[in-house]
Write a protein that binds this ligand. Structure first.
Ligand SMILES: [Zn+2]
Length: 157
């Protein structure tokens, strides 16, 4: 058992610290748990992130991941503007918009390939840190010398 899993209680109402990956991220998560609010709802988001959004649409804001995965060249986040945690809460039109935003990124950054993923619901199943719906576009840095494939975890363990 690691120090982290002994020390922390896991899921709060909005975030799951067990799924945090870095020390600084854990500290910010502790602050968020103390505040008792959702870090991805717009009224809180800018307390933890810069206001430099890449793009904004009716349903999403598009930003860089503050905690990019290792071996990534780009790691973008699209965050739903309304609080939602489950798939059923996402307006279907937001799905269309999401594809359009990712198409915009693909073109703007001349992305040759990569993957996109979105966790949802119970963080024991999703392995998400923040429950508020967000989608990730990940471009691996395959030219880096120490490159290892980027893995996206689904399910806490
Ligand atoms: Zn939220």
């Amino acid at each position: 058992m690691t120090a982290k899993s002994k020390k922390y209680t896991g899921a709060s109402s909005f975030v799951d610290i067990d799924n945090s990956r870095e020390e600084e991220q854990v500290k910010i998560m502790e602050q968020i748990i103390e505040e008792g609010h959702c870090p991805f709802c717009l009224e809180n988001f800018f307390k933890y992130n810069s206001r430099d959004l890449l793009k904004e649409s009716q349903h999403w804001i598009l930003t860089l991941n503050k905690w990019p995965y290792k071996n990534t060249k780009h790691h973008f986040l699209a965050i739903l503007k309304e609080h939602a945690e489950n798939m059923q809460e996402i307006p279907p039109e937001a799905g269309k918009e999401l594809i359009e935003l990712f198409q915009w990124l693909e073109k703007k950054y001349s992305i040759p390939g990569g993957g996109f993923a979105m966790r949802f619901g119970d963080t024991n199943y999703s392995a998400g840190t923040v429950k508020h719906i967000h989608a990730q576009l990940i471009v691996p840095d395959i030219e880096e010398e120490e490159f290892k494939p980027v893995r996206f975890k689904i399910g806490k363990g």
